[in-house]
Design a protein around this ligand. Structure first.
Ligand code: 5AD
Ligand code: SF4
Length: 467
């Protein structure tokens, strides 16, 4: 297995653009614009990957549709983080047998984290004959070549060799929104939390060069994007693999120095290296959103050790205290896992007490899901599922109350919000802390920062009016 990060050269990307032209020529022969549907599961990293896949598809002459029946090509970008995510994907890919029966020329591609897992690739090969092309995250930059190979030969293409991972610059991008944008600053993860599949499917940590990241942000600001999220599995490790000697706090500071009216966000941060330097940079710039996603995963030191999280409860609480001291009013959100193998009832109570102590603004709660090939999947797991479910429900209910109380505290205040779109209830906007706000108004406000007077709230969101 290759264990070194490679940088894909401009010549290699140019070769992929040549494959785009070859597929483009095949598509031109159809006499109409063929349509592609890109179906994305999972995290924002996947959303960002899909923007690059759309970029390639567009170069190949595809238009886009949300209707799988109308699609000439369906590309499913998958997530492997939990069993539930995988079951949803398999169910939906299963259902594509019907669309393909109606349209035998339909091409079905499956990519993303699930495709990288050897047992999943085998299953797809044997039992999901409708899938024509499968490739993992490491092969994303070669998508045009893989699609061309299938179209030229009619033979199924499977590409999910394991590797440390690469960095490819210069892949075309078709972005989904006009207000919010994602910028991946690094890929992969070195932490090997014992429950997590990510390091196995996305490879080792590797950072994009600071000048290309800053150039991309500058371009987005010029195009009018207002809400830019820097992405990485653990952004605080940014730069450790580079010679430039730029760490994440310094990159963020430079990004915040770019002229223009915009907000910067970032995720995700591992508590072990969320630094005071980073908190200080946040406090010093109005362009950095006062919000911090800091997963704690468990409240018990024994469970944290078994998870290989490398910090303890006291250390976590200390980070939160320093963050709040440095960035007053910061919105803190987190991830937590209920029912890690061997977690006792008393240990779960420590998770409950941690959420009381911190009072997160919002919490993403997960029931432990065993992942093939991870150390935790082999650990004894005596607690029955019903008990885990009961604990899970208790946790969710308590957090809902806390979120509701936190949201109620906004009522009567006027906060600066970015209007980012419209849903069935009216305009949607986000506070700096990324709380959802519903308000009435015209579409002309979309993409603008406006003062909003908060008039109501519930556990999920705020309601307000233009002030
Ligand atoms: N089971 C349950 N939750 C998990 N997460 C990651 N792996 C698993 C798993 N095997 C959760 C963690 C992580 C979030 C993205 O997903 O809380 O922070
Ligand atoms: Fe998974 Fe842990 Fe890496 Fe996050 S830090 S992606 S939970 S291994």
């Amino acid at each position: 297995m290759k264990r070194e990060t490679t940088r894909i050269t401009p010549e290699q990307i140019a070769a992929q653009m040549d494959y785009c032209m070859k597929v483009h020529a095949m598509n031109a022969a159809l006499g109409r614009t063929p349509l592609a549907m890109v179906d994305t599961y999972g995290c924002q990293q996947n959303e960002a990957d899909s923007e690059r896949l759309r970029g390639y598809l567009s170069e190949m002459g595809y238009g886009f549709t949300d209707d799988e029946h109308a699609a000439d090509l369906v590309l499913v970008n998958t997530c492997a983080i939990r069993e539930h995510a995988e079951q949803r994907v398999l169910g939906n890919v299963g259902a594509l047998t019907h669309t393909k029966r109606a349209n035998p020329n339909q091409i079905i591609c499956l990519c993303g984290c699930m495709a990288q897992e050897p047992h999943v690739a085998q299953k797809i090969k044997a039992s999901y004959r409708q899938v024509d092309v499968l490739f993992g995250p490491h092969a994303l930059w070669r998508f045009p070549e893989l699609l061309w190979r299938f179209r030229a030969t009619g033979k199924r293409v499977f590409e999910n060799t394991d590797e440390a991972g690469s960095i490819a610059e210069g892949i075309p991008v078709v972005r989904q929104g006009t207000v919010k944008a994602w910028v991946s600053i690094m890929y992969g993860c070195n932490n090997f939390c014992t429950y997590c599949i990510v390091p196995y499917v996305r490879g080792r940590e590797r950072s994009r060069r600071p000048e290309v990241v800053l150039e991309e942000i500058r371009g987005l600001v010029e195009e009018g994007y207002k809400d830019i999220t820097l992405l990485g599995q653990n952004v605080n490790s940014y730069g450790k693999d580079l010679e430039e000697g730029v760490n994440f706090a310094q990159l963020l500071k430079k990004a915040a120095g770019i002229p223009g009216d915009f907000l910067l966000r970032f995720m995700t941060s591992h508590p072990k290296d969320a630094s005071q330097e980073l908190f200080d940079v946040m406090a010093a710039s109005e362009k950095i959103a006062p919000c911090f996603h800091l997963p704690f995963q468990a409240g018990s030191d024994r469970v944290l050790r078994a998870m290989n999280r490398v910090y303890d409860r006291a250390g976590y609480l200390d980070k939160v205290r320093r963050l709040r001291e440095t960035v007053p009013g910061v919105v803190i959100t987190s991830d937590v896992i209920v029912g890690f193998p061997g977690e006792t009832q008393a240990e779960f109570e420590e998770t409950m007490s941690l959420i009381e102590e911190v009072r997160f603004d919002a919490l993403f709660t997960f029931i432990y899901s065993p992942r093939v090939g991870t150390p935790a999947a082999g650990m004894p797991d005596p607690m029955p599922r019903e008990e885990k479910l009961k604990n899970f429900q208790r946790l969710v209910e308590r957090q809902d109350q806390i979120s509701e109380e936190k949201h109620a505290a906004y009522i009567g205040k006027t906060v600066r919000c970015l209007v980012d779109g419209r849903d069935e209830k009216g305009l949607t906007a986000r506070t700096g802390g990324n709380r959802l706000v519903h308000l009435e108004g015209e579409d002309a406000f979309i993409g603008r920062f406006v003062p909003v007077r908060i008039t109501g709230s519930n556990k999920w969101s705020l309601f307000g009016e233009l002030a």
